[in-house]
Design a protein around this ligand. Structure first.
Ligand code: B1M
Length: 209
């Protein structure tokens, strides 16, 4: 019988093959894909996020857990799409113009996906007009900005201003090593998250989901 707790544990342990097998088994046994997602994959990633925040997990463990989650998601995604299951929200995510750092951004991407959000990753060195374009095209609920350099932080304000000028009502969240809660307030961002796991909590808070 499908064991979603074992699936969550496989995610936590980064066991990609077991995660894939248990997801397939649950699907074959007729378990609702959304239940498999919420109790198995997202359930596992939630614990990963908590451990990461508590410094019990480090970047490699998170990456390995995310890889296991992706193995399950590959099976579930077409089924969820066919069933018309809506993500918790649509997030446009990128590293701002002039900044090539993407490791933190990619972690945020994985954690948000693990948390049930659809993420449109626009990449690195992304100018404000590209964020605006993507937010419009995707009908984004949230625009998430990463910056690792003190010299590129001001670009976050440029993006937020450009979104406002374009009349886009998506919420904004910022993060990255030099960024602070105070800076988020100063530039008019709706939220700040110090790490990838907190980004999921903040996204859920901002989108009330
Ligand atoms: Co660069 N670099 N780097 N670098 N680099 C830093 C950031 C730096 C602190 C190193 C230092 O001098 N001690 C320094 C910045 C100084 C400053 O501005 N105050 C620096 C510099 C100066 C530079 C260059 C200018 C160096 C040069 O060429 N002279 C250059 C700039 C290039 C550019 O971007 N235009 C440069 C280049 C590079 C590499 C390309 C070599 C490489 C990037 C590779 C890559 O990303 N693919 C690199 C790296 C690896 C680093 C360090 C060593 C590590 C960054 C990292 O990936 N950390 C970094 C020093 C350090 O941090 N120890 C450094 C791991 C990652 C998981 O953490 O990205 O902080 P982080 O993400 C965290 C949180 O910040 C948060 O969540 C993540 C984890 O939970 N977070 C968010 C991030 N984005 C978020 C978004 C959110 C929420 C949370 O919501 C949307």
């Amino acid at each position: 019988m499908a064991d979603l707790k074992a699936l969550a544990d496989a995610i936590l342990g980064g066991d990609m093959n077991t995660a894939r097998d248990l997801t397939q088994q649950a699907v074959d046994e007729g378990v609702d894909p959304e239940t498999i997602l919420n109790e198995g994959l997202t359930g596992g990633m939630e614990v990963v996020g908590r451990k990461f925040k508590a410094n019990e997990f480090y970047v490699p463990e998170v990456l390995i857990a995310a890889r296991a989650m992706h193995a399950g998601m590959e099976i579930l995604e077409p089924l969820l799409a066919a069933a018309g299951t809506k993500p918790k929200g649509i997030v446009v995510l990128g590293t701002v113009k002039g900044d090539l750092h993407d490791i933190g951004k990619n972690l945020v991407n994985m954690m948000l996906r693990g948390g049930g959000f659809k993420v449109v990753d626009v990449g690195i060195d992304v100018a404000e007009d590209k964020f605006v374009e993507a937010a419009k095209a995707e009908n984004a609920d949230l625009v998430a900005l990463s910056a690792l350099l003190t010299t590129t932080m001001p670009q976050m304000k440029a993006v937020i201003d450009a979104l406002k000028d374009a009349g886009i009502e998506a919420k904004t969240i910022i993060g990255g090593a030099p960024v602070t809660e105070d800076y988020a307030e100063e530039i008019g961002a709706d939220g700040y998250a110090p790490d990838a796991a907190s980004a999921v909590d903040k996204a859920a808070e901002l989108l009330a989901c």
